[in-house]
Design a protein around this ligand. Structure first.
Ligand SMILES: C[S@@+](CC[C@H](N)C(=O)[O-])C[C@H]1O[C@@H](n2cnc3c(N)ncnc32)[C@H](O)[C@@H]1O
Length: 313
């Protein structure tokens, strides 16, 4: 892999050229082949397959999946170089045969398998790393399946294309001399870490100045970022910089608590279904930072947020 830093406009131009080349290949399809538009086979260069495994930090304990696996090189490379297990699926049965044969010849036939299956039908529950080199429309259609079926913390790696408004957690662009049959072109690989789901109501208590403060919050989530408001007694505050990386959540909160002291909170925790467990660093104005255990639980009740005096059915 030859890594190169390009000026952003040049990188965009090179990536646009890659996309145009792929779309140009598609344009060559006969009218009757329109339904096969998405099933075009263009292999990732070997340098890109290796870079994808590196970006996902693939190891022996991983189950690596390639959605639209072609000749199987993504999964076979992960098994050969990093000792992973895994499987690939492809809509084209000839490619499934080819991938199985290459895996056997590469000595990893006992750790990887390939199936003739549509990507939308794949059981993803065991996957820890999911790869794809698919058209953006197909990726966008797959997005809900991936977010709903994959465990928090699962790594998703894509070659060249993205998930629309779901921004990647990491991205790398480099020149791949072996791309497009040796023509050479820029390759962009992106990593997403599947976030835990924390949208909803969360409550917790903290000991503060000799008394127990009860916090009731509402969180709204958009993939790996979010926002939230919290109520403590009669006071309200806003979360800042709420981020998720797999099951790890962090956010800040500065609010004035009774009797009128401004307190900075820095929350960090692990989401475990209906609970979040971690620590909060609390710094009152003019005071020292103190780390406290933090345990939030999911609540179904919105009562605490209703304006007083209004009956809500
Ligand atoms: C661009 S190639 C990538 C091959 C391989 N992942 C790689 O990176 O070398 C896309 C592959 O996805 C397969 N494919 C497209 N749509 C599919 C679908 N709905 N279900 C399964 N495979 C699909 C195609 O047959 C093709 O082999």
């Amino acid at each position: 892999m030859t890594e190169r830093r390009h000026a952003p406009h040049r990188r965009r131009t090179a990536l646009a050229a890659c996309g145009a080349l792929l779309l140009g290949l598609l344009a060559g399809a006969k009218p009757g082949q329109a339904q096969e538009r998405f099933s075009l086979y263009v292999p990732s260069p070997q340098s890109v397959a290796e870079a994808m495994a590196k970006m996902a930090n693939v190891g022996k304990s991983d189950v690596v999946v390639d959605l639209g696996s072609g000749d199987g090189r993504i999964v076979t490379t992960a098994a050969r170089l990093h000792g992973a297990r895994g499987f690939g699926v492809d809509i084209n049965p000839e490619l499934v045969e080819l991938a199985s044969s290459i895996a056997r010849k590469s000595g990893v036939g006992d750790r990887v398998s390939f199936m003739h299956q549509n990507v939308f039908d794949v059981d993803l529950r065991k996957a820890t790393v999911v790869n794809m080199y698919l058209f953006p429309e197909l990726m966008r259609l797959l997005r809900p399946k991936l977010l709903n079926e994959l465990q928090p913390g699962t790594r998703i790696v894509s070659h060249d294309f993205g998930f629309g408004t779901w921004e990647p957690d990491e991205q790398l662009t480099f020149f791949a001399p072996d791309k497009f049959g040796g023509a050479g072109a820029d390759a962009r690989i992106s990593l997403w870490i599947v976030p835990a789901k924390i949208e909803g109501f969360w409550n917790w208590s903290l000991p503060m100045g000799g008394q127990t403060m009860n916090y009731a919050s509402i969180v709204e989530q958009r993939f790996q970022v979010g926002e939230g408001i919290v109520r403590v007694g009669n006071r309200r505050g806003n979360f800042t910089d709420l981020k998720l990386r797999g099951d790890q959540v962090s956010f800040g909160l500065r609010m004035t608590l009774d009797p009128g002291v401004s307190v900075l909170h820095e929350f960090r925790g692990t989401v475990k279904g209906g609970t979040i467990e971690g620590t909060v660093r609390v710094t009152a104005d003019g005071g020292k930072a103190v780390d406290l255990p933090w345990r939030a639980t999911r609540s179904t009740s919105t009562t605490y947020f209703q304006p007083t005096g209004l009956a809500v059915k």
